[in-house]
Structure formats: structure tokens, C-alpha cells
Design a protein around this ligand. Structure first.
Ligand SMILES: [Zn+2]
Length: 313
């Protein structure tokens, strides 16, 4: 792929909500360039892990975009594989971040097998005064997209189709840059419906037709269509759904942003004994690195804050 003029990149780092005609089929397309490049570059994970984390970031962004409150949606995969913990979260307003924990040793697998056996945990966090909602399902399927479909089926009983893609864009004379994209369609009667959680989804024959068709079209989406910056999101949606007609809504911008904060870390350090703090000193300072954005926070041996530095590798 080659670099294209900037006006064609206008829908990068954004989530576009859509609806098939006036049906109950709604969805989101996410296209990420700089935001995902920043997140993945901070970690320098092996490529297979970067791809999986990028997919998780796309998924949580699309799911989080439908949140109707000032909260955070957290995706966690917890397994026994080579990447036993992969976390991505999206905060209303478009802040996205992610990280992974790796087992020691070379990464030999790829895709969802890196999780191993375990669970997907989705958490809605609306702040310390609100109860957290958590959905937990086993990790199933041969891709993260399939695992997400299974999550919605088991945890929310919402018919869902998802495609996710992560790749590198090469430009002559420049370092490769990560890109990621995803499309998710769901059958959601009445904008979430009045259905009780767990209640059987009732679909008329027409509903069934429109959903089956929409899901099949989403499934045909190629990685290139999600990643190629010369294909606009509107073009992609038109290609997929022009027969039924598709409406798009206002795009939601997405950016890489971490909620880590030096004062919080200082408060945590303040609970350690002088002796424990002393054991953490290296080169006359205590360095705490954020596991999400890799930013370093520096503290004096007595726990006093010295400052912060962007990723120093
Ligand atoms: Zn951070």
C-alpha cells in the first residue's frame, strides 16, 4: 500500500455508526491509524501480539462507542497461553489504550491461540460511585472476531457479526506504521430494546432476512477493505449494504490516551515502607512505568515525585 493524500485519510482514527435502512440492524466501523500506531509502538510487542492487541482495541472501541454515559469499557482476555492477559479499554470521548502480559520465551503462536484457554471479561466502569457491570464468557472460536460474536451470543443474546484487521502500512523512506480496522453489526430492536437480559430474541421473518443478509455481507469484508486508507468508510459501507440502503451517523473521533497519573502512583508509593522504597531505587531514583502507555514516572528514594518522561525504551 502507498501513502495517499491527507483528505482521503479524513475518516482515520474514528468510529462511524451506521444503520441498515430503517431496520434494527445497527453497527459501527472503526478505522485507526495514528492512534493504534501510538498504542502498539509504545510496547514493541512481537507482531503476533501487536495484531491481537490491535484487534482488541478495535473491538472495544466499536463496543464502547455505543455507551450512553461517561464511562469506560474494558476488554480483558485472561487465559493460560503465551499472552495470558490482553487488555484494551475505551473511555467515552474516544480515549483508547491497551496492553498485554506475555509469558517468558519466544512467541510462536498467533491469533486467538495466544490467549490459550480462558475467559473474555467485559467491564463497564462508570466511576467509583457506580456498580460495575461485568460480562464473562469462555474464549471461543478461531479468531478474536469469532470470540466477540460468541461473547454477544452468550452474554447479551444479541445477534452480532464482527470482522477485525490489523496490519502495517509501508511508505517509502518511512518506518512502517500500524493500522487497524473493524466492522461490527448487530440486531438491536428498538435501540437496545425493552427485552430483559437473557430473554430470547424475537425476530420476525423480515427481521431474520435482513439480519442474515447484513451478517453475510459483514462477513465478506476483507482485511484490505478495513485497512486501506484509500477506501473511505462510507465507500466500504456502500459496497456492503447498497442493496438494503445504509445510513451513517456522526463519526466519533478516537485517540490514544492513557489515564495514568503521577499523583495516583505517588499515593500508592506513599503506602510502602521506607525500606521497601529503598529496594526499588535504581540509579538514585524509583522508576514506575505505566503498563499501558509505557510512560516513566520518576520518584526520589523517599517516594517524592521527581517528574515524568515519555517512553525511554
Ligand atoms: Zn499510562
Amino acid at each position: 500500500m502507498t501513502e495517499k493524500p491527507s483528505e482521503i485519510l479524513a475518516d482515520d482514527n474514528a468510529i462511524l455508526p451506521f444503520q441498515i435502512s430503517d431496520t434494527a440492524v445497527r453497527g459501527h466501523v472503526v478505522r485507526l491509524s495514528g492512534a493504534i500506531d501510538e498504542i502498539l509502538n509504545a510496547h514493541q510487542f512481537p507482531d503476533a501480539v501487536s495484531v491481537l492487541l490491535g484487534e482488541a482495541a478495535c473491538l472495544v472501541a466499536m463496543m464502547g462507542a455505543s455507551l450512553k454515559f461517561d464511562g469506560k469499557l474494558i476488554f480483558q482476555a485472561q487465559g493460560d497461553g503465551q499472552a495470558p492477559m490482553v487488555v484494551a479499554d475505551y473511555t467515552a470521548g474516544g480515549a483508547l489504550r491497551g496492553t498485554a502480559t506475555l509469558q517468558s520465551g519466544e512467541i510462536t503462536g498467533s491469533g486467538i491461540s495466544l490467549f490459550g484457554k480462558g475467559h473474555i471479561v467485559m467491564t463497564i466502569d462508570q466511576g467509583p460511585d457506580m456498580e460495575r457491570y461485568q460480562g464473562v464468557t469462555p474464549i471461543e472460536g478461531s479468531s478474536l472476531a469469532e470470540a466477540a460474536i460468541s461473547y454477544f451470543d452468550q452474554s447479551e443474546q444479541i445477534p452480532t457479526m464482527v470482522k477485525l484487521a490489523v496490519g502495517r502500512l509501508s511508505s517509502p523512506g518511512e518506518p512502517d506504521r500500524w493500522r487497524a480496522g473493524g466492522i461490527m453489526a448487530q440486531f438491536v430492536p428498538g435501540e437496545g430494546g425493552t427485552r430483559e437480559r437473557g430473554e430470547e430474541m424475537l425476530m420476525s421473518e423480515d427481521d431474520q432476512d435482513v439480519w442474515t443478509r447484513a451478517a453475510a455481507f459483514v462477513q465478506t469484508t476483507e482485511d484490505d477493505e478495513l485497512l486501506d486508507p484509500s477506501i473511505s468508510t462510507e465507500t466500504l459501507l456502500y459496497r456492503l449494504f447498497h442493496e438494503d440502503g445504509v445510513r451513517v451517523f456522526d463519526a466519533l473521533p478516537v485517540h490514544a490516551e492513557c489515564s495514568c497519573n503521577g499523583e495516583k502512583i505517588a499515593a500508592v508509593l506513599g503506602r510502602y515502607s521506607q525500606e521497601d522504597l529503598h529496594d526499588m531505587v535504581e540509579n538514585d531514583a524509583i522508576r514506575v512505568t505505566c503498563e499501558f502507555c509505557r510512560k516513566d514516572y520518576l520518584f526520589a528514594p523517599n517516594g517524592e515525585r521527581l517528574g515524568e518522561k515519555a517512553d525511554t525504551g
